[in-house]
Write a protein that binds this ligand. Structure first.
Ligand code: PGA
Length: 322
């Protein structure tokens, strides 16, 4: 049989961007608005792309459009292509002596006490860098890491079972906090077993803080009386200050409440639990120019931040923490 040889039609980056916008929003009209194009232009671009691929990319069911299998495959591949292109643009900017591009950063909730503050001077140093910051508890950030959704991840408990690169850049001590008028506040070298008689307010399962505390206590075959689980450090601090119980929190989550005298850090034997903050990324990932710049910046700033937090610790009445 005489097979017809089909000449491959050219595919442009512009067509792929239009397709990506339609796929993401599930609508031709929305994509047209977003890209400031006329709706027929969007339809033509997608039709030409489908012709080049040789298969339909969308199917219409009722009023909705859905990606076909070929459309989904194209969405995955064009995502990779845009990443490669973006890295190329960053490298060119770097060669021109500029750091330019988007930094996609994901941090655990507790790191939000210092990461946004660090971003200010970083963005001043590199005004052409835009930052997209995602904040979530450890389990949600580990999921993003597994899907390789961001450039860099900041967390206190990098996953042990994943193939990753991790760099510690600053201490992340976990402390026991109490209301300032608690009978144990100000006592020296409180035995760990003494905590068994106290009620605790803990972070939710899935949080790195919770995981670190659980691991520490499990190793010492000790259990706490958990009165409440709360999904935020702020809620925990308020509840502790209100006298509902004690809590385990990262020293970095203590701010003005500790120094303003509503919370005390207890001097419990075995505490603070010594931990670190890490930058993490999947093994084999090539950091973009801007991610590399931020990585270096964090290392440089780690020492400065450590000094600031030692200040908080001593004002809150802990022993030496680092
Ligand atoms: P978390 O993580 O904000 O999910 O509790 C903090 C940490 O790992 O120290």
């Amino acid at each position: 049989m005489n097979k017809k040889v089909r000449r491959a039609l050219p595919v442009t980056l512009h067509q792929l961007r239009v397709f990506e916008a339609v796929a993401r929003g599930g609508s031709f009209t929305r994509a047209a608005e977003q890209l400031h194009l006329a709706q027929p232009t969007v339809s033509i671009q997608v039709r030409q792309l489908a012709e080049a691929v040789g298969m339909p990319l969308f199917e219409q069911i009722g009023k909705k459009i859905f990606l076909t299998d070929a459309g989904r495959a194209l969405q995955d591949s064009s995502g990779e292509l845009f990443d490669v292109w973006e890295r190329f643009e960053m490298r060119v900017a770097d060669l021109q002596g500029m750091k330019k591009g988007t930094l996609r950063l994901s941090t655990v909730t507790t790191a939000k006490y210092f990461v946004p503050r660090l971003l200010g001077p970083f963005c001043k140093r590199y005004p052409e860098i835009d930052v997209r910051l995602e904040v979530g508890n450890r389990s949600s950030i580990v999921e993003r890491l597994a899907r390789n959704e961001d450039d860099l991840y900041i967390m206190g408990m990098p996953p042990r079972q994943m193939d990753i690169v991790k760099h510690p850049f600053m201490e992340n001590p976990l402390v026991v906090i109490a209301p300032v008028d608690h009978p144990l506040a100000g006592r020296r070298r409180i035995p760990l077993a003494r905590l068994a008689g106290e009620s605790f307010l803990l972070r939710e399962p899935g949080s790195g803080t919770r995981m670190a505390g659980d691991r520490f206590l499990r190793d010492r075959t000790m259990r706490l009386d958990v009165k409440m689980e709360l999904g935020s450090n702020e809620a925990i601090k308020q509840a502790v200050a209100g006298g509902l119980g004690l809590a385990l929190l990262s020293l970095h989550a203590l701010g003005p409440e500790a120094t303003a005298g509503s919370l005390a850090v207890l001097d419990v034997q075995g505490f603070p639990i010594r931990r670190s903050w890490y930058t993490v990324y999947p093994a084999g990932k090539r950091l973009s120019v801007v991610a590399h710049a931020f990585h270096e910046y964090l290392k440089e700033q780690g020492a400065q931040l450590r000094m600031e937090h030692q200040g908080i610790a001593s004002q809150a009445g802990t022993r030496q923490i680092a």
